[in-house]
Write a protein that binds this ligand. Structure first.
Ligand code: SER
Length: 327
């Protein structure tokens, strides 16, 4: 980087990934040098206490620019997005937020000559024509959701900015992310979080995907490891930029339920698939992440067993203390 001191803006900082990413970046770079932002006007008191917070609508380029100038930002983690299931309910909103928000971030990075920007992509870039097993880095990208369409377009646009304007854009294709601090919203993979809360609270869960729907997933510590690992990689080792495949684990709702049952014997699951089933069936089951391994040394640490144990430990402790908030 041209300027060694990191001054970071996180958009979507109140979201599932943004909230934990902000915490992690603050541990690493210092609270005052990581500016959290979100469109929401109701950050928790804990978020407000932890460091600077700005209200930013990513569709308002001026407000992004003002914040960048105010704090001397040189790096952005652009985490705002409308996910797959919400996108199908509100396709125009998904296009607007995901495309125009990303365009604003890229243009601002170019204009203000920022050092580096992270723009996440997703397994939603793939579609039914893509090989579903060990999905290659370079493959058919013909998504059937508006979320996937915007993520493919964002990857291509980001690569264009790298080639055309020599800016440093990076991103990986996140699988479903499992975590226990901030609930996900509007995704097809969200069942894999909800199931844990329901297991701890009620020992039963009604799943909106079929029992045998195999999807790529990742535990939050690995998601943060991948995000920081890619952002810290030597630029000249990277042949890819905005769309790295990354793999953590893959499982079906049936396999996840069986793993939970090892800890909560009375747990039971039933299945009531809804419109999200079709989205899930258009996505891969397992991912080949050899490009990420080779170019920046990516390796995950968690598997189904370690993730399940950890999720149940944390949520049960919170239940015992009376601090488990869910819905
Ligand atoms: N978790 C996302 C979704 O389900 C996939 O990137 O929409």
């Amino acid at each position: 980087m041209t300027n060694n001191k990191h001054k970071i803006l996180v958009t979507g900082a109140l979201g599932q990934i943004g909230s934990e990413l902000t915490e992690k970046l603050r541990e690493k770079y210092g609270s005052d040098d990581v500016i959290a932002s979100d469109i929401r006007t109701d950050p928790s008191p804990a978020m407000l206490d932890a460091g600077p917070y700005e209200i930013i609508d990513v569709l308002q380029a001026d407000s992004i620019i003002n914040t960048i100038k105010k704090y001397g930002i040189n790096t952005i983690y652009h985490m705002s997005a409308i996910l797959s299931a919400t996108g199908e309910k509100k396709p125009q909103l998904a296009w607007n937020v995901n495309m125009n928000g990303t365009y604003n971030i890229l243009e601002i990075t170019r204009e203000l000559e920022l050092n580096r920007v992270f723009i996440p992509s997703s397994i939603a870039v793939f579609g039914p024509e893509t090989p579903r097993e060990n999905t290659p880095q370079e493959t058919v990208l013909l998504p059937k959701t508006i979320y996937g369409v915007t993520k493919v377009a964002s990857e291509i646009l980001a690569d264009y900015y790298v080639q055309r304007f020599n800016i440093d854009v990076r991103g990986c294709r996140y699988p479903g992310i499992i975590s226990h601090k901030t609930l996900p919203g509007g995704g097809t993979t969200d069942y894999a979080v909800a199931i844990f809360y329901e297991a701890v609270l009620h020992q039963k869960y009604i799943c909106f995907l079929k029992e045998d729907t195999n999807l790529p997933m990742m535990y939050m510590p690995d998601c943060l490891k991948a995000t920081l690992g890619l952002m810290e990689a030597d630029r000249y080792r990277l042949h890819h930029h905005a769309g790295f495949n990354i793999s953590g684990m893959s499982f079906t709702p049936g396999e996840l339920a069986a793993e939970i049952k090892k800890h909560i014997l009375s747990f039971s699951i039933s299945y009531l698939p809804d419109e999200r089933q079709k989205i899930a069936e258009s996505w891969p089951q397992t991912i080949d992440d050899s490009a990420a391994q080779q170019e920046w040394g990516w390796t995950p640490e968690h598997n189904l067993a370690s993730m399940t144990r950890d999720m149940l430990d944390v949520l049960s402790t919170r239940l015992e203390k009376g601090t488990l908030n869910y819905r």
